[in-house]
Design a protein around this ligand. Structure first.
Ligand code: NAD
Ligand code: MG
Length: 390
């Protein structure tokens, strides 16, 4: 039996992972499941999958979790330290599907115990790519991509010489506002930004798709994961979300990865890698689809892409700053304190402030430094929001 843990088990990726694992219960020995405020679901899945431990991110919910698990023999724990401890419990395969920078510390702990880390949490590589890769190398652990584009690239690279790769192209649906006049984006509401044309995902990543902050994170993730020069990474708007990524080779050939938009494909590929196993996803019918469209992203509509390019050039802690400022600006947008386009403005101004206001960006890339910088970036976003209101 393979020992597996799922971080962010109650979320969209976590539930899809559980769906796959629960289809073959005899194959898996579930070690840890973690979640946030949805205690009922966490406890239900922990009981169903017979986990050793369930962890909620929130200390205030520990009593509820204990009550929900009473009599099951499953240990209950809470808080960030408990998440990291759970990740250090020996496991063969760990799904990293917490949303946001909070996924970094558990991910590092899982790598340190030598687990294969299935990485849905793109923030891990955005905030600390070189540190994460070095940790994996030092402990003989493996990272596998779960983000659909990166899984697609990974699959299009199988059997090829990495030196023959000329470019990587990741696709983007264009999000909820792809066809809106740019002049109306300023008035976009949280509800409008929270609906995705093709993918059913958590709210935060769905809004990030509308702003293309998600694709911006994925550009950085591509650079870190595949070690490719940023000038060789392209983004292509593809409204149907059928082609997930393409790899262009030095002889002009382009290998594309196609599939129905269902995250269980990428999760399942990472779960069974290096094998391919049957997965319960819809099969493609291209004649039914009729056509696939592609276009370059409009830089005016999606300023996040330009910011990501600057971050990739800058390196150091700029990815951690970028992500933290983005997360905090998103909190304020969801709380209706700022407007849709303010998010990119605030991220840009926080990055500028770090450039002029100290040497943080070039501090060594350690977990402590990432967390301190993350904290400061969020504080500066809060200050900018207060200033704007005042
Ligand atoms: P989600 O919001 O549906 O779920 C997030 C999970 O993380 C939940 O279990 C929640 O309880 C937990 N969580 C939230 N804040 C936490 C904190 N501070 N500490 C610990 N746990 C916390 O998110 P999702 O859509 O499943 O996305 C998870 C990750 O996967 C994100 O990094 C996202 O970018 C990435 N991803 C998601 C999809 C998708 O289809 N949903 C696709 C590609 C990549
Ligand atoms: Mg993606």
């Amino acid at each position: 039996m393979r020992k597996v843990s799922i971080f962010g088990a109650t979320g969209s990726i976590g539930q899809n992972t559980i769906d796959l694992i629960a289809r073959d219960p005899d194959a898996y020995d579930v070690v840890a499941l973690t979640g946030g405020a949805n205690i009922e679901q966490l406890a239900r899945d922990a009981r169903r999958l017979k986990a050793d431990v369930a962890v909620t991110a929130y200390d205030t919910r520990l009593d509820d979790l204990r009550t929900a698990l009473a009599g099951s023999g499953i240990a209950a724990a809470s808080g960030q330290a408990a998440l990291t401890e759970a990740a250090a419990r020996p496991a063969d395969w760990v799904m990293s599907a917490i949303v946001g920078a909070a996924g970094l510390a558990p991910g590092l702990a899982a790598l340190k115990q030598g687990a294969t880390l299935a990485l849905a949490n793109k923030e891990t590589l955005v905030c600390a790519g070189p540190l994460v890769l070095e940790t994996a190398r030092a402990h003989g652990a493996r990272l596998l991509p779960v983000d659909s584009e990166h899984s697609a690239v990974f699959q299009a690279l199988v059997g090829e010489d990495p030196r023959a790769v000329e470019r990587i192209i990741i696709t983007a649906s264009g999000g909820a506002f792809r066809d809106w006049p740019v002049s109306e984006l300023a008035n976009a509401t949280v509800e409008q930004a929270s609906s995705h044309p093709n993918w059913d995902m958590g709210q935060r990543i769905t809004i990030d798709s509308a702003s293309m902050f998600n694709k911006a994170l994925e550009l950085i993730e591509t650079k870190e994961f595949f070690g490719i020069d940023p000038s060789r990474i392209e983004v292509l708007v593809h409204p149907e979300s059928i082609v997930h990524a393409l790899v262009g080779y030095c002889d002009g050939a382009v290998m594309a990865h196609l599939g129905a938009p269902d995250m269980r494909h990428a999760i399942g590929y990472a779960l069974h890698w290096p094998d391919r196993r049957a997965l319960p996803v819809n099969r493609l019918d291209l004649s039914q689809l009729g056509q696939l469209r592609f276009a370059d992203p409009d830089p005016e509509r999606y300023p996040a892409l330009r910011l990501a390019r600057a971050v990739m050039e800058r390196g150091g802690l700029s990815g951690a700053i970028f992500n933290a400022a983005k997360e905090r600006a998103l909190d304020h947008f969801i709380a209706r304190r700022i407007r849709f386009l303010d998010m990119a403005d605030m991220v840009a101004s926080v990055l500028d402030r770090f450039e002029t206001d100290g040497s943080h960006i070039d501090a060594p890339l350690s977990l402590d430094n990432v967390q301190q910088t993350d904290h400061l970036a969020r504080q500066w976003v809060d200050e900018a929001v207060v200033q704007r209101a005042g």
